[in-house]
Design a protein around this ligand. Structure first.
Ligand code: NAD
Ligand SMILES: C[C@@H](CO)CCC[C@@H](C)[C@H]1CC[C@H]2[C@@H]3[C@H](O)C=C4C[C@@H](O)CC[C@]4(C)[C@H]3CC[C@]12C
Length: 369
């Protein structure tokens, strides 16, 4: 992005651009980045909705590819100014093997870094996760913490372990010389639990509620706070970081930022009810209906069944010892680092985020009929 003629004609590459967050980032870039000339969307599975984007003023290039294949990543990146690396295997349910999770999340990220170096792409934004910090399996609360809050991050599960390793690779790559002699500038964004239009787990809870006659049953105490952030604000943070990495390289290079907005602090289930409630579901119980020890037993049983059935079929329910521990441990963020470093303010208020998400759930309802 060295000279001013080029500066008005930027080429961005978004990996994982067809996923839940990726689609929002792609659409946000097209709306909010006037200097964009070409937007490359690299994903294992391309969405049909990409077609509608191809008629606009920005050249939209869809690239079906796999981040674990170094040559595919390098070919997609050639000539790009900025890469937003979102692609990842998000699996806390035991659907994929630990080896596959590592290959996609860690090796895939290493391939992205090497491709930057090889092709001279100077700016890399990585979508990390709150899970690189916690919650840890000891159940230590992280209450309104920030990027500097000390916390015992002990990663046993393949997903958080892979995100932590990948984040470290990205941060360590900051300052590496890329083709042409300039220095790579990297940073990592750590969303808490993202919600909004397209959120698969919200869809799962909604359908589960419908199957149970419009009811969901409380399993988590109301006192356990779980950090959530609206997908539109996470996307906006990506767009801003990608834009500001060049002018603020010295400040932002090698930094991590939690993604935050004005979403209220609540338990995972109470928060979901902000959307599912207006769509006709009810959360039964003011306290968990089952004692915690019984939930632990059920979660362990699910893990055992998954292991026993693996040769025959994939059994991957929402409840397992890891998801239970995450849902049952307070993990909330309170920080203004993104505001201080690159002027971030949420683009969507809580009311907007809520309304948009409710409308999306309502649309699921009508399409289910
Ligand atoms: N959903 C959340 O709550 C959340 C929270 C924090 C961080 N994140 C991170 O955000 C990123 C996106 O998450 P998401 O919820 O949108 O997930 P998602 O599964 O909807 O999107 C991931 C995308 O990556 C693509 N992908 C997977 N493997 C690939 C490969 N080998 N090569 C190329 N593309 C590949 C998928 O096809 C998909 O389109 C992930 O890196 C995840 O770790 C998500
Ligand atoms: C015990 C159940 C009773 O209703 C509730 C289980 C809920 C869990 C399935 C989810 C609770 C917390 C979620 C995770 C969290 O929001 C943050 C995440 C980080 C991100 O990088 C990937 C997704 C996730 C791990 C998310 C997954 C689902 C939960 C464990």
């Amino acid at each position: 992005m060295a000279n001013s003629a080029q500066a008005q004609k930027l080429v961005y590459l978004v990996t994982g651009g067809c996923g839940f967050l990726g689609e929002h980032v792609v659409r946000m870039l097209l709306q909010q980045e006037p200097r964009l000339h070409e937007l490359r969307i690299f994903d294992l599975h391309l969405g049909p909705w990409l077609e509608e984007l191809k008629t606009g003023p920005v050249q939209v290039t869809a690239i079906q590819g796999d981040v674990t294949q170094a040559h595919e990543v390098a070919a997609a990146m050639a000539g790009a100014h900025v890469v937003i690396h979102i692609a990842g295997l998000v699996d806390v349910f035991g659907r994929a093997s630990p080896k596959t999770i590592h290959e996609v999340n860690v090796q895939g990220t290493q391939n992205v870094i090497e491709a930057c170096v090889q092709t001279g792409t100077q700016f890399l934004v990585y979508t990390s996760s709150m899970e690189v910090v916690g919650p840890n399996i000891k159940g230590h609360p992280f209450y309104r913490g920030n990027e500097d809050t000390p916390y015992e991050a002990a990663h046993k599960h393949p997903y958080p372990r892979s995100k932590a390793l990948a984040e470290r690779l990205v941060l360590e790559a900051n300052g590496r010389k890329v083709q042409g002699g300039l220095s790579l500038v990297t940073c990592a964004l750590r969303p808490t639990g993202i919600y909004g239009e397209g959120h698969q787990i919200m869809r799962d809870f909604y359908h589960q509620g419908l199957r149970l006659g419009g009811r969901l049953f409380r399993a988590i105490p109301t006192s356990v706070e779980h950090g959530r952030v609206y997908v539109g604000n996470v996307a906006w943070m990506h767009v801003l970081v990608a834009r500001e990495l060049e002018p603020r390289a010295a400040l932002m290079g090698g930094q991590v930022y939690f993604c935050y907005d004005k979403s209220p602090y609540k338990s995972y289930e109470d928060f979901n009810m902000e959307f599912l409630g207006p769509c006709g579901l009810r959360l039964v119980g003011t306290r968990p209906l089952l004692p915690y020890w019984l939930l632990v037993l059920l979660a362990t049983l699910n893990a055992l069944l998954q292991w026993l059935l693996r040769p025959l079929l994939l059994y991957a329910p929402l409840l397992n010892p890891y998801t239970l521990a995450v849902a049952n441990t307070t993990f909330t963020v309170s920080t203004n680092k993104a505001q201080r470093h690159f002027g971030y303010e949420p683009l969507f208020s809580w009311e907007d985020s809520r309304t948009r998400t409710i409308r999306w759930v309502q649309a699921l309802e009508s399409s289910a009929r």
